[in-house]
Design a protein around this ligand. Structure first.
Ligand code: PEP
Length: 249
């Protein structure tokens, strides 16, 4: 059975005390499964509490939702890769659709953030995905490969970078890509990663966009998907534990 990855993006929810309560409930409801790993992306203020609470579970890891590309300095409100690492993060999301479309993050900035994450010993989870207009114009694969090239092009192929394919129109909307549609884009991403050799294999590609208890198993039955990145349906610890436990590999 292939290993599966379940990533929970808490977005701007769950403070430090709530993170402890959440993770106590989650670990009670979800015992270790050797074929799956669970990653949590709390808001920055809750990284340390989350990391401390699950320190004994090697199958559970914590990451930042975003980092700045500079290691330190006058960037009010931002956190660097090193600060996230000091708080206990091992991973970081980069280029999440809300960073790109709400905060105006550019393709070039995602590239600088990948470099910064690797320098701070955080594994990047690079998010890519097209808008509805781009999908309807048949531009999905060109858009996604442009985002990959901007963030990863020119690298030496030694670093492990997880990719999350998250169509913008599917995030938080209740609309998700069909398993077939998601798999088609995953195939294109995998082919690009193999051909360009800018990251180290194995090439792990998650799908994200309105994944929930009802559709996760059907999506994960598609072998192109190595896991899922989940926002809304990860906010309830028992529901999230059930999703991770029951989604078929
Ligand atoms: C996300 O935040 O990456 C996401 C996919 O959110 P949701 O599951 O709520 O669509």
């Amino acid at each position: 059975m292939r290993p599966l990855l379940f990533a929970a993006n808490w977005k701007m929810n769950i403070g430090p005390a709530e993170a402890r309560t959440y993770l106590a409930a989650f670990t009670k409801a979800y015992g270790r499964h050797p074929d799956r790993e669970v990653w949590f992306f709390p808001p920055a203020v809750s990284i340390e509490a989350a990391a401390q609470t699950i320190a004994q579970r090697r199958d559970l890891r914590v990451g930042a939702q975003d980092i700045h590309w500079e290691p330190k300095g006058a960037f009010t409100g931002a956190i660097s890769g090193s600060l996230a690492n000091q708080a206990g993060a091992h991973l970081t999301l980069i280029g999440h659709s809300e960073r790109r479309h709400v905060f105006g993050e550019t393709d070039a900035e995602t590239g600088k953030k990948v470099t910064a994450a690797l320098a701070a010993e955080l594994q990047p989870v690079l998010c890519v995905g097209e808008t509805l207009a781009q999908r309807e114009a048949g531009e999905t694969v060109p858009v996604v490969t442009r985002q990959l090239e901007a963030a990863l092009g020119g690298r030496d192929g030694k670093a492990r970078v997880t990719i999350a394919y998250e169509p913008v129109w599917a995030i938080g909307t209740g609309r998700n890509a069909t398993p077939k549609d998601a798999a088609e884009v995953h195939r294109a991403i995998r082919a690009w990663l193999k051909a360009r050799a800018v990251t180290a294999p194995p090439f792990v590609i998650l799908y994200g966009g309105s994944v929930n208890l009802k559709n996760a198993a059907e999506l994960l039955a598609e072998h192109e998907l190595d896991g899922v990145l989940v926002g809304g349906a990860s906010l309830d610890p028992r529901g999230w534990a059930q999703l991770v436990r029951t989604a078929a590999g």
